[in-house]
Design a protein around this ligand. Structure first.
Ligand SMILES: *[C@@H]1O[C@H](CO)[C@@H](O)[C@H](O)[C@H]1NC(C)=O
Ligand SMILES: *[C@@H]1O[C@H](CO)[C@@H](O)[C@H](O)[C@H]1NC(C)=O
Ligand SMILES: *[C@@H]1O[C@H](CO)[C@@H](O)[C@H](O)[C@H]1NC(C)=O
Ligand SMILES: *[C@@H]1O[C@H](CO)[C@@H](O)[C@H](O)[C@H]1NC(C)=O
Ligand SMILES: *[C@@H]1O[C@H](CO)[C@@H](O)[C@H](O)[C@H]1NC(C)=O
Ligand SMILES: *[C@@H]1O[C@H](CO)[C@@H](O)[C@H](O)[C@H]1NC(C)=O
Length: 447
């Protein structure tokens, strides 16, 4: 019913003015050395690269986006227009490739640029080639469209990969304390029967395994399942328990408490709000923004929107009563995505609201609303954002500390050198005066 009303109101004129999508990479090769590690290594696929399956997943997601934003809601032009759309990715092969594959779905072959047919063909050649194959008026064969994807170096990527210690050093402390917490050991001991069951079926020794290892096994199994690599024959019940544990462990490592979540989510949300403000103030033509990132990024933002939490995932795992009725308790699978849409209300030129979709489904935000007034959305986000991200991440103090310790070391070295030099001078002077005394005595003798 609510969906129908929303659809109706949008059909009658609330206008979509901006959409921002955060997604995770598609299916990729394994990254952890556990199941069939040697084999995968020999085949050169133990490196988390996007696979043909992942490429297709994102291509299809791109087709979905084309239908929604180009055909149905008419937010974007039929043809790629660089003034309308801006794409960012983390500096990782699989996320860059996910973005490129997705954009092929959004702007498929046939939509690319054409050459002015009257142009002298000699202008189509680079300086080092004099003969060429004429593709006709298509700039690229098949009228393909090439689209730029922007990346930042890892150290500066606080927006999409802030959980990386390179970007936010403080998160290393959070992670260490999360995986050494009481909760870790509680869950680990609760998981003992699963561990022994699992290791028995796999025919390996149980003694060393903990829930971190089980998480990593499941990560590999996901890769095997999607890409058709060999999978172990596990009982259904073991498989489903492994999947629940995978997400519980992931939440535990990344989001045990809201402090960690709000800190790490701050730069992403600042960026998201800035993009919205720019549209509202007519300061940009960009109507569509893409952020191509990782499972941990999607998970972080779901947490920050209160659509999931470690608490509720734990309740699901332990079969307890679940407090958060909106709790997403499945791991953000390949190509899972969060969309933020900004609508201008019909007849209220300056009023806007926000909608959030997860994997294409409308989600309740701002305390169970499907449409959240932009002002409310903004104040909720700003309230939970941290004030001084750089400080709290230990970015600036760390540099200051490093600078200070460098100066101290330099002073130490200089003092030591001065000390040695003056010691030598004193020694030489004393030697000199002794020598002079000695020659005097010798001269006296001679005389
Ligand atoms: C990305 O791909 C390049 C070329 O295939 C490879 O050399 C590099 O190691 C890859 N980087 C990562 C982080 O996997
Ligand atoms: C095209 O340009 C080339 C080099 O500028 C010139 O030699 C040639 O005569 C031009 N052809 C025509 C049809 O104008
Ligand atoms: C879990 O096991 C791995 C090795 O299998 C080990 O490196 C890690 O420290 C263990 N984690 C904890 C918290 O015990
Ligand atoms: C932006 O442009 C829209 C439509 O052209 C107009 O209604 C609105 O008042 C403008 N907003 C600002 C802040 O200038
Ligand atoms: C999420 O929940 C926390 C704690 O209840 C609350 O302070 C915050 O405003 C909520 N965030 C959003 C975006 O609704
Ligand atoms: C996508 O979201 C739905 C909830 O809307 C969830 O049930 C499903 O598991 C998600 N899929 C992935 C791949 O994360």
């Amino acid at each position: 019913m609510i969906f129908l009303l929303i659809l109706l109101s949008q059909a009658f004129g609330d206008q979509l003015v901006l959409s921002q999508i955060l997604w995770r990479n598609g299916a990729c090769t394994p990254t952890y050395c556990n199941w069939k590690c040697k084999e995968f290594e020999q085949q050169g696929i133990l490196n988390g690269q996007l696979t043909p399956i992942g490429t297709r997943q994102h291509y299809v997601l791109g087709q979905w986006l084309r239908k929604r934003y180009i055909e149905d809601l008419k937010l974007l032009s039929q043809f790629y227009n660089e003034a309308e759309i801006y794409i960012e990715s983390t500096d990782v092969n699989r996320t860059i490739l996910s973005a490129l594959s997705n954009l092929q779905g959004m702007y498929p072959a046939g939509t690319g640029p054409k050459i002015n047919p009257d142009l002298n063909r000699s202008y189509l050649l680079p300086p080092n080639q004099k003969e060429f194959e004429d593709f006709g008026d298509a700039a690229l064969p098949g009228l393909q469209q090439a689209i730029p994807v922007h990346v930042r170096e890892k150290q500066l990527d606080i927006y999409l990969k802030g959980y990386d210690a390179l970007a936010c050093p403080r998160n290393e402390e959070f992670r260490n304390s999360n995986i050494n917490s009481k909760l870790y050991y509680q869950i680990n001991s609760k998981a003992q029967s699963l561990i022994s069951d699992f290791t028995q079926q796999l025919g390996i020794v149980a003694s060393q395994l903990n829930i971190t290892d089980l998480y990593e096994y499941q990560d590999t199994f996901d890769s095997c399942e999607y890409n058709g690599y060999d999978l172990p024959k596990l009982k259904e019940s073991t498989q489903s328990q492994m999947k629940l544990l995978q997400y519980l462990y992931f939440s535990l490592e990344h989001n045990i408490d809201f402090e960690q979540t709000r800190l790490l989510a701050t730069p992403f949300f600042r960026n998201l709000l800035l993009n919205i403000e720019n549209v509202i103030n007519n300061q940009t033509e960009h109507k569509f923004r893409i952020f191509s990132a990782h499972a941990a990024t999607v998970q972080l933002i779901l947490n920050a929107l209160n659509l999931t939490s470690f608490e509720c995932v734990k309740q699901v795992y332990l079969n307890e009563k679940v407090q958060n009725k909106n709790c997403i308790y499945t791991f953000p699978g390949y190509a899972s995505n969060i969309i933020f849409e900004l609508y201008r209300k019909l007849g209220h030129g300056n009023q806007y609201y926000v909608q959030v979709l997860y994997n294409g489904t409308l989600m309740p935000i701002c305390n169970n609303q499907y449409k959240c007034d932009y002002e409310e959305f903004k104040s909720r986000i700003q309230f939970q954002n941290v004030k001084d991200y750089e400080d709290e991440c230990l970015i600036s103090p760390k540099f200051k500390k490093e600078a200070a310790s460098f100066i101290l070391k330099a002073i130490n070295v200089v003092i030591t050198i001065l000390f040695i030099i003056s010691f030598c001078i004193i020694y030489l002077l004393r030697r000199q005066s002794k020598l002079e005394e000695y020659t005097k005595i010798v001269q006296q003798f001679d005389a």
